[in-house]
Write a protein that binds this ligand. Structure first.
Ligand SMILES: [Zn+2]
Ligand SMILES: [Zn+2]
Length: 87
């Protein structure tokens, strides 16, 4: 559609210069609407399906504590089972 942002994959409505508000902002701020903020390489939590950044031993805060607890009670293997028990 003609009134969508011209950046590929962006479906937001145009605000100015064929760009949506977000991409227009980037154009103003960085001179490049496709500018991405360079972020430090983040390693995600290794817990299944968790996308939090890891803070300790490859786990996010929550799962680090959880895995430590599971370890302590000798049930570290349970995390995979827990994550797949969806049905
Ligand atoms: Zn856009
Ligand atoms: Zn996690």
């Amino acid at each position: 559609m003609a009134n969508q942002c011209s950046i590929e994959g962006c479906m937001k409505p145009i605000k100015a210069k064929h760009l949506c508000a977000m991409h227009h902002q980037r154009l103003l701020r960085y001179g490049d609407p496709q500018h991405e903020r360079v972020k430090a390489k983040e390693i995600n939590c290794k817990w299944r399906r968790c996308e939090q950044p890891s803070v300790a031993k490859g786990y996010c805060q929550t799962h680090y504590l959880a895995s430590r607890y599971l370890d302590k009670i000798g049930m570290a293997h349970i995390q995979t089972n827990m994550a797949t028990h969806n049905h």
